[in-house]
Each structure stands twice: as C-alpha cells, then as structure tokens.
Design a protein around this ligand. Sequence first.
Ligand code: DGL
Length: 269
Amino acid sequence: MIGVFDSGFGGLTILQNLKKALPDYDFMYLGDNARAPYGSRSFETIYRYTLESVRALFARGCPLVILACNTASAKALRSIQQQVLPFEFPDRRVLGIVRPTAEEIGKFSTTGHIGIFATAGTVSSQSYLIEISHFFPELKVTQHACPMWVPIVECGERGTEGARFFVKKEVEALLAKDPEIDTVLLACTHYPLLEAEIRAALPPQVRLVFQGDIVAAKTVDYLKRHPEMDSRLSKRGGTSFLTSDTAKFFEKGAFLFGMADISAESLTF
Ligand code: DGL
C-alpha cells in the first residue's frame, strides 16, 4: 500500500487527488488526530510525532509513505530521510509535499511574484522559500500564516460570515505585503476547503494553485521512474483509514473533508 500521513484530517484532501490519479492502487491513510493540529508545534515534537506515524505505516506494510501534511513535510521529512531511512529502512521511501509543489509553482506566475498561505509552522520553517529558490531563483515569494483557517474548517464554519471575515483579513494582509502577487499557493491541506471564501476575497486576476493536483501528478511520475517501488505496491483500488484518536471521531470528522461512510481503525503508538 501507499501510506498517506497527515496530522489529522487535512491530508484527506491530498488523498482524494492521489486516488483519482492512481485509481488501481491501495492506500492506507493515517491521521494523527489525537495530537493535531501540528501547525504551531515545535520542530522536535513534529519530528517525533511524524516519525512514530511513519513507523506505524511501515509496520502495516507500506513501503512508500507520503507526508500529505505541509507542516510535517517542512519540519520532519529531511531528518527522517537523512537520519532514519538509510540506517533502519534502506528499502523504504518517505516523500513530502513541499518539494514537488516548489518544483512547479513558478510556472504559474507571469509577474514573478507569488504568495503562499500556510500554517505558522510551515512559514517559520522557511521550507518553501528554500525549496523554491532552487527551482525559481528569480521568483519573489511572500508567505503569510493563517492560524484561524484550520479551526474554521475543523469547526464546520465554512460558508459563514465569520469564515469570510477571517479569510478576507488574511488575503488583504498578504496582498498588502506584495501587491504584484498574481499567483497564490494554498500550502496547507485544509485551505482548499475555503476556496469559495478565498476566491471571493482575491482580485479576479490572481490565480489560485492547489497542491493536491501537483502532488498526485508528481507521485504518478515518481512511480514511473521507480518501477522497483511500483512493483511492491498492491493494486486493488482500496483505501483503509487509521487514526490515533477513536475510530468514531475520525469517521465523523472525515465527513467535513469530503469522505462520508468510511470505517476507520484506532491505533496507539
Ligand atoms: N495538515 C497541516 C498542514 O498541511 C494543517 C493542520 C495542522 O496544523 O496540523 O500544514
């Protein structure tokens, strides 16, 4: 199976794109709901939680794990890839979602000015700035943290006046930092669910970029380039769900992220 990890529910938005692009593959999703959100946690904590989750997915038969969480990708991926995999799991792979997005984002802009909305943790890690500078050194990148947006989604407040207020506030703050921005990246798993509010607040000429499509296309490409990994992945088109919270909590909350009628299994690390 392809393991898909997120701090909680947000990675379900990425999982949906992956399933569309790879309908025959089997996926195992793990949400660390009991310890979410990760957005404002320290590097050490995010690393520890993410590594525990990756180990759990490895133990359940996933040779490939995608960290479908920007915060975990930004803060834990590199250490896992460099300090853990070569010594303990030389035949397993962990991929993140920051780098594949960074490889593409510059292609969307004509002014050469882009904006990024993300959690405080992703912004402070500077991961996007560092990765994008490798591929598009001329691009002017302005980041903006939106700490209210994850709770707005998780509390089911999409479409309300409160949601519109907090989205408009952050959109205006980003554009005030750089009015030449013509492309905005949603670099947090939850933000695509606020698409309507974000589009309403952005000037019409500003392009909105979603990560799910990019990550799915890059994963397809990765599997083509790595047939040795591809051949180890089961292909029955199934998806199973694990959560560090109760199964009931996950099954109920996943509904807000477009996944109804699923059954989950609870795990303890
Ligand atoms: N999944 C996280 C991300 O993409 C958002 C939720 C959280 O803060 O845990 O950054």
